[in-house]
Design a protein around this ligand. Structure first.
Ligand code: SF4
Length: 297
């Protein structure tokens, strides 16, 4: 596909021909998927009682050193598939009763996704489409998705460019994500729920609180609330799990403490965030992180 020939699908702007080599995301022009299954661990209006129909794409354009899905982001697990197989997967998830189709980290495969959605919709796909992203997206690529996505589910990971550079080699993450979120919101607008409380349209912004960096988390929440007020939902996540030891950043070698999470939640309450999702109890368990074993692919 043309967009892979001089790839600038994401803000990394590698400009390489993915038919010949791979860029920062580590993926060629061949579509690869690591897992497709019903997933219960999204926010309740996305998972419902049966689960969100998640499709985890291989590779990642952000590559955070602490990635919770490191098997796909860093180890590049996954299976090569065709566009035809991708639309079949969407329809299989719908047949299993999925609440939605949840595209996880799909930016580097947007052209394939659009083609697969076009065919799947012709063949009867009627579920809301969720675009689940690290937030490091170009507004131009997001515009290609206009009309295809019902629910945007981006992260806003850092307000600090120092942390963004240190942990994701993306110093410009804060401003890039700001523009990406603005484009996403312009496409889907205010949240819409059905009579069962399932989300049909809108934006949920996720923020994973990192150990020792609660100040940055509070800056993220402040920005989101000042910019979007009650027009979006904010999901404050406590599930940080160290994937290895980090001698250079010892704070990342431990889990988040209850005190740190409560501090951020209290701050959210104090500034008036009402549309929020919180996590409680022992969510920082590896069982919440799926195995990328090509199930359903
Ligand atoms: S999608 Fe991959 S190859 Fe393309 S610009 Fe982004 S990181 Fe580079």
């Amino acid at each position: 596909m043309k967009q892979y020939e001089i790839c600038k699908l994401c803000p990394r702007g590698c400009g390489i021909d993915r038919n010949r080599k791979t860029g920062f995301c580590g993926e060629s022009a061949v579509l690869r998927v690591a897992r497709a299954s019903l997933h219960m661990w999204e926010e309740p209006p996305l998972s419902g009682e049966v689960g969100s129909g998640t499709v985890f794409f291989s590779g990642c354009n952000l590559g955070c050193i602490f990635c919770q899905n490191h098997q796909i982001a860093h180890e590049h697990r996954g299976k090569e598939i065709t566009t035809e197989r991708l639309f079949e997967i969407f329809l299989e998830l719908q047949a299993k009763g999925a609440a939605n189709i949840n595209l996880v980290t799909a930016v580097h495969f947007i052209p394939h996704v659009i083609k697969a959605l076009d065919i799947a919709k012709e063949k009867g796909l009627s579920l809301p489409i969720v675009y689940n992203s690290g937030g490091y997206e170009s507004a131009a690529s997001l515009r290609l998705l206009k009309g295809y996505i019902d629910i945007y589910l981006p992260d806003y990971k850092y307000r600090s460019s120092i942390l963004a550079e240190r942990f994701s080699k993306a110093k410009n993450y804060p401003e890039v994500a700001e523009k990406a979120l603005a484009e996403m919101f312009s496409q889907v607008g205010e949240p819409v729920f059905d009579e069962n409380g399932m989300m049909k349209k809108g934006m949920i912004v996720r923020h994973l609180v990192l150990p020792k960096h609660t100040d940055d988390s509070m800056a993220v929440l402040q920005y989101l609330h000042e910019t979007y007020g009650d027009s979006i939902y904010i999901s404050i996540m406590n599930q940080y799990t160290p994937c290895r030891k980090f001698p250079e950043y010892p704070e990342l070698s431990r889990k988040l403490t209850t005190y740190e999470y409560r501090k951020v939640v209290k701050f959210a309450e104090s500034i008036g965030i009402r549309n929020g999702f919180l996590q409680s109890g022992e969510t920082a368990k590896e069982s919440f992180i799926p195995d990328f074993d090509e199930q359903g692919v």
